[in-house]
Design a binder for this molecule. Structure first.
Ligand code: TYD
Length: 200
């Protein structure tokens, strides 16, 4: 099978299962004979590590979050994603720019989507974005209360959900309900990905 460079992003609210589904998708595509590179944001870089710490700290200004997520993505794209795409891999990123557009613009009314796009203007765009949509009640039930991070409260996640749905319509992203069992959701993701790879 010929190898095609292709950049897939799975995005969605907390508890929507982007990590589980990214891993399952990687296994499926490898089984189909593709070379696949799986990555995630925050990335594994030093900036990504700072961001993970900041997810436990409510005192960080939203603008600092936005700047750091953009810096993390810039480094992630140029030093990791682009290199793998150039080598002919299908790259799957568990979260990407859409997470910043949604979470950071909701964090503060002073943060516009336009500004976030500007900050992120040097990174490549995904070929395919799939949004996993989850009811925040189900999402929070999937999380262990003691491990909740700063964005994981009901009201915030409801805003996150609504903005993902609005953006998905505007940008023509695929949206899949993640309230169903994992197998059903994964099957739908696999079908969308294969259809898009076939049409290349
Ligand atoms: P998450 O996928 O929840 O990681 P984990 O399941 O390992 O805790 O991602 C971490 C959080 O970071 C999530 O609440 C969304 C947030 N986030 C942003 O606010 N902006 C961004 O640009 C990204 C990539 C993530």
């Amino acid at each position: 099978m010929t190898h095609k460079a292709y950049f897939i992003v799975l995005d969605g609210g907390d508890g929507s299962g982007t990590s589980t589904h990214s891993q399952l998708l990687k296994g499926f595509l490898e089984y189909k004979g593709f070379k696949v590179y799986l990555t995630h944001e925050p990335s594994k870089s030093e900036i990504g590590k700072i961001l993970r710490k900041f997810l436990k700290n409510k005192e960080i200004p939203p603008s600092t979050d936005a700047l750091l997520f953009a810096a993390d993505r810039d480094l992630h794209y140029h030093n990791e994603i682009k290199i793998k795409l150039d080598e002919g891999y299908i790259v799957i990123s568990d979260r990407y720019l859409e997470s910043s557009i949604i979470y950071q613009s909701i964090q503060s009314e002073n943060i516009s989507i336009e500004w976030i796009k500007q900050l992120n203007k040097f990174v490549g765009q995904p070929d395919l974005t799939i949004i996993l949509d989850v009811d925040p009640k189900i999402a929070l039930a999937r999380k262990n209360e003691e491990q909740l991070e700063k964005f994981e409260d009901f009201e915030f996640l409801e805003k996150v959900r609504n903005l993902y749905l609005t953006r998905a319509k505007q940008e023509d992203y695929y949206t899949i309900s993640s309230d169903d069992i994992i197998e059903l959701v994964q099957e739908k993701i696999q079908k969308i990905v294969l259809d898009n790879l076939r049409n290349l």
